[in-house]
Design a protein around this ligand. Sequence first.
Ligand code: ZN
Length: 491
Amino acid sequence: MDNKLNIYNTLSRRKEVFEPITPPFVGLYVCGPTVYGDAHLGHARPAITFDLVFRYLQYLGYKVRYVRNITDVGHLMNDGDDGEDKIEKKARLEQLEPMEVVQFYTNRYHKNMEQLNTLSPSIEPHASGHIIEQMELVKKILSNGFAYESDGNIYFDVEAYNKKYDYGKLSGRKVDELLANTRQLDGQDGKHNPADFALWKKATPEHIMRWPSPWGNGFPGWHLECSCMSQKYLGDYFDIHGGGLDLQFPHHECEIAQSTAAYGHEAVKYWMHNNMVTINGKKMGKSLGNFITLDQLFSGENEVLEQAYSPMTIRFFILQAHYRSPLDFSNDALKAAQKGYERLMSAVNALNKVKAGADNTVDIDILVAECFEAINDDLNTPVLISRLFDGVKIINSLVAGSEKISVENLNKLKKLYHDFVFDILGLKAEVEAVSKDHEVLGNILDMVMAIRAEAKQKKDWETSDKIRDELKIAGVIVKDTKDGYEWELES
Ligand code: ZN
């Protein structure tokens, strides 16, 4: 099978065949959370999108080093160069050490990520643990002439950089337009140019998270950590950098500029961005009153929610949309996702009931090829899932006996669902406790029904009817079928 993965590279603005720089190794860097609050739907989407990338690359046999950072310093309230540090603000409001805030929300983030069945990254570096490396990067950019000092702050010189390289190549923004749009900020902070951004910020007297540097006490700019940590762990040139579309500008644009200014070349081969989540067509935001955390989704405790939604329902909901399309949350969409997830999982369970024989009336190879075609087309999970539902029809026909399958094809079909549903899409069964009881009950029924079959064979109708009637009194309804029997609990 031709298993060539095509991915859309934001940088080239087209789909490209994925070719790792040094196969079989793949470096994958994803911008992680700023840990000052609970994870919400907006966090779930990049986590699941790049979990899919991580899982599928491993499935294809690559050795993937997946680095996802924890931002715990330097991310200011307005996402720019002014305002209070997000974590410090939370720490001040709750009278905690900033690192207590970081630990508290990092633990909660991990718990949510585990609930969503995302695999842990290979390395999860903290920005605060890489201050020395960030200062070294600032020194390099300064000595290469692409930054300047201004009253204890170090700013990246966008104009100087743009003379030699192309600032705006990722987001498609033009420096001239950036200058025109931000003219009103002219002269603030001692910047030469409003488009310049901070590599290092001077700490005000009340600022807690500060480190001594050659330029005085301060802290690194937000964009710097990702340039620094991605290249520290993945090398000067690595395969994939991912993140949400909201990070494309300025965060990722600045990352490209910083790496290029320091090393003379870009660091990343493929840039991947997941699109945003909206709620009933509107952007989600604390101030908009439609902000839903993952814990609230799982418990149903938010007035926007008509019910609780399980982690696998959320995962399935996110995978049902292509990662580059916007995804709109609504109760109706989530209820539909819940039904879809349950239908898929019950088909996977039903596969165990399918019996192979000498006859075969189904084409499994086509189904397998179509599933790979979908995932290889820029991880087109909506098409993949609809192919898997085509297969559900086949499974149901096999269970009903209207189609026949050979042993070889049944093994292919089981492998297809096992690989795609569990390994690649990362779904899992959510009702394990119930299904365990169900399994034990099923085993006991098999035993009882074997005794009944024996009785019938001996034409001992009295015993045979007694077993059926007693089971009914016990709440189990048994129906004889062509190949044996079916049962269900009386509702
Ligand atoms: Zn980042």
